[in-house]
Design a protein around this ligand. Sequence first.
Ligand SMILES: Cc1ncc(C[n+]2csc(CCOP(=O)(O)OP(=O)(O)O)c2C)c(N)n1
Ligand code: SF4
Ligand SMILES: [Mg+2]
Length: 347
Amino acid sequence: MATATATPGPKLNHIGLPVLEYRGGKSTLCAGCGHNAISERIIDAMFEMGVEPERVMKMSGIGCSSKSPAYFMSRSHSFNSVQGRMPSVSTGAILANHTMTMLGVSGDGDTASIGMGQFVHMLRRNLPMIYIIENNGVYGLTKGQFSATADLGSKLKTGVINDLPPIDTCALAIQLGATFVARSFSGDKKQLLAMLKAAIAHNGTVLLDVISPCVTFNDHEGSTKSYKFMQENDEPINEIGFVASFEEIDVDYNTGEIYDVEMHDGSSLRLRKLHEDYDPTDKAKAVQTLMESNGNEEILTGIFYIDTQKPTFIDLLNVVDEPLATLPESLSKPPKSALDGLMASLR
Ligand SMILES: Cc1ncc(C[n+]2csc(CCOP(=O)(O)OP(=O)(O)O)c2C)c(N)n1
Ligand code: SF4
Ligand SMILES: [Mg+2]
């Protein structure tokens, strides 16, 4: 007689949730857009790290990239701001509740043009947030004009050649104060997933510049942000191994070529050097490496810079432990007698 076998349920993460609970709405972006692949990796990383969806704030600006928070983690909080204004809105949100994990998705146009003024101040403040630039070298949503990250000599579909040098957002971020700076490619599942998991474990500004091809306006011959160009020119500087705090360490690297970093939450980040002498804690060397690679036929990827010691904006402001958002009015608002005293002292 046949015995009934129980169908195994979905795999659960260490807080007991299936990956379904990390999914979002159906994407309305073009099929094959790099941004869709990044959303998938965010879902995987948040699931594997066991982040409680309700403890995440998803932020964005305007662009195809900035639409993508709608396509992951529907249970999280979300704010789609005005073009280029994600950093200031995020600053306010994280100050209101610094116990949340903040993940922002922006575009190269949103960040490196209209949003540049806000972006640089977020970097120098080391605001605790993960800031992802979904970098396709064009303004996808407004039909493919060059953005400020487009490479010199890169060609538009219409044949127009870009005659301005690009802004390297990673070099800028390292120089101005971000404490976790990396570049990846939407088509590199393994590297991007490990990077995102390490980013979740970091406390400070994480800048992830992810080359994310726009299949509709910038994936042709002559483009330096196409799938083909990235497949042929991606040059990783390190191989990333990440072991979450709740997992057993079992990464099979030869010692000597490893750079180990202990993350704030007790997780371990292991970087195996692929470029000789590359030290991810040497700020000047990191900027120099990126500057030297500019204009070469290679796109460096990997974790360029990491500093786990620098105080964040929340530390600098000495914000109370209890989130300002839930602090009772009796503690957040001075009593009338204090105001009267102040006024009297000014007479
Ligand atoms: C204040 C303002 N100026 C201009 C626009 C028009 N606009 C919408 S999206 C966009 C560029 C988006 O490019 P990017 O950030 O690279 O996102 P992508 O669509 O490429 O993902 C622009 C200029 C706008 N929405 N608001
Ligand atoms: S236009 Fe480009 S960036 Fe926008 S959804 Fe389509 S492929 Fe993606
Ligand atoms: Mg873009």
